[in-house]
Design a protein around this ligand. Structure first.
Ligand code: 5GP
Length: 189
């Protein structure tokens, strides 16, 4: 039976670039519109089709640093040469209004959240194999060869840290992976 995720809960998904977190999250949100997905800030350039304030808050390095120095991020990290961070105000507002909040962030950020929100459920999304992950990362034609190399390097690092997480979900089959995430976050009995 599908129920509502418990009020005001924070959970996060981490996993290497290209593992399919975006599709998992899109599906999860369409099945559970009560979940609020945090919109991160980043200094990376928008990819084709990405819209400011919808996919990310795209910022200059100066704007990002300014917000960071004011304590405006719940967590932030550098990833493949760019900064990424979770603006804290909106997350705190949503949590106190009782909405379940989802973060999609990389490893360093997840570690920071472990310190500030130890009760948050941390899920690691893993690929069926490293070869499959490499194929997916290379298939994203918008990234430069340098960005691809950085993402592959970082993917290795993230995969070797997966045991730090509360749960590991292998994204071998979308439907199966979604159902597992739903069970983990208490959306189904
Ligand atoms: P992409 O450039 O592919 O959109 O994202 C690169 C990585 O940054 C992904 O692993 C994604 O999960 C992570 N990321 C996105 N937003 C945030 C954030 O707010 N904080 C942190 N620490 N990582 C983020």
């Amino acid at each position: 039976m599908v129920t509502s995720v418990s009020d005001g809960k924070l959970f996060l998904l981490t996993g290497p670039s290209g593992v399919g977190k975006g599709t998992l999250i899109k599906t999860l949100l369409s099945r559970h519109p009560e979940i609020w997905l945090s919109i991160s800030a980043t200094t990376r350039q928008p990819r084709d089709g990405e819209i400011d304030a919808r996919h990310y808050y795209f910022m200059s390095r100066a704007e990002f640093s300014e917000l960071a120095s004011q304590g405006g991020f719940l967590e932030w990290a550098e990833f493949a040469g760019n900064f990424y961070g979770t603006p804290s105000k909106e997350v705190r507002e949503r949590l106190s209004s009782g909405r379940p909040v989802l973060l999609e962030i990389e490893l360093e950020g997840a570690r920071q959240v472990r310190g500030s929100f130890p009760e948050a459920l941390q899920i690691f999304v893993a690929p069926p194999s490293f070869e499959e992950l490499e194929r997916r990362i290379r298939g994203r034609a918008t990234d430069s060869e340098e960005a691809i190399a950085q993402r592959l390097f970082r993917a290795n690092e993230e995969l070797s840290s997966q045991n730090e997480f509360d749960a590991i979900v292998i994204n071998d089959d979308l439907q199966r992976a979604i159902e597992e995430i739903e069970r983990l976050i208490g959306l189904v009995n």
